[in-house]
Design a protein around this ligand. Sequence first.
Ligand code: XIL
Length: 371
Amino acid sequence: MRNSIIASACLLSFIVLFNQCKSSLESQGSTQTTGTANKKGLKDYYRNYFSIGVAVTPRLRGEEAALVLQHFNSLTAENAMKMGPIHPQENRYFWNDADSIVDFAQRHGLKMRGHTLTWHTQTPGWLFKDSASNTNVSKEVLLKRLKDHITTVVNRYKGKVYAWDVVNEVIADDSATYFRKSPWYQITGEDFVAKAFEYAHEADPKAILFYNDYNTENPVKREKIYRMLKKMLDAKVPVHGVGLQGHWSVNNPTREELENSIKMFASLGLQVQITELDVSVYGGRQGGQIIQGQAQREAAVFTPEMEQKQLEKYKMIFEVFRKYKKEITGVTFWNISDRYSWLDGRGRKNFPLLFDQTLKPKKAYWEVVNF
Ligand code: XIL
């Protein structure tokens, strides 16, 4: 009897010790496994630098929600706050999706970026047209619609969304054109840009207001964006920051191009955020949109060569981000993991993020946190 009590006690202590050992090993290995919110994640490594965000879809749950909580302290709605989804008809707003993301951020103490109030894509059908005549509305009507939209959306999330991408992608890519020839531009000229910032500021004077664009490292486009921002700042338009989308690839940008962009925009007194970061494994200088539309010829395999080039690019860009930590106030990834990326268009997988399809950190992750 006595022996069997001693044997049970021994066994019990062994189990307790084993479990203690195991959990301490797990917490040291932290991000080796996908897991719970108390393990060290990207946001912890970057605590003294800038917030680390991620673009998400509504109703986050399960292991993806756990990964988000472990690594990120800021959210952006991938689509839910865009004008088409949130304001499908002139007199009807659809709040459910955006609300569910904002609620998640609130419940877990994450920051929330608002994206985006004015864009030429994902606009609702009613926006530019007079419903009776089916012709374009006048400048006055369009600006009134813009004001109503911005006022309503910004008001709803006042105090919950700390920063807004007020205007998205209005500068043209080709060197001969200044503003993109969107319906916004065709109807109002360039005035809608400054107006959008004024309306947003009026609705929430505390929100930090961003101009957001891609290909911001291309010297010609960068110059045009700079010119537009400078003109607005000189006219006292409430612009506070510039968002470099960061839809990059294994081939671009170079360190020098990236540093030049950050320095140039910061010289205007604006804060800089990287708002939509991903590093496509397919090369070429292009905005994410152009990648998405390309013919899909490449095989969907994440080759060792892609892995190597991608980790080098991630290492370099985060070195630059850390160097400019005074200027950079946030870095947001566009999607959570390689399980789903908006770049997976037309059947070709891309592998542009730091977590793989099983949500495990990739080699590039360790380059980013190793400093
Ligand atoms: C993308 C979304 O990720 C896709 O789901 C959607 O089909 C198209 O828009 N620049 C932006 C983002 O500012 O809003 C875009 O998001 C990616 C390019």
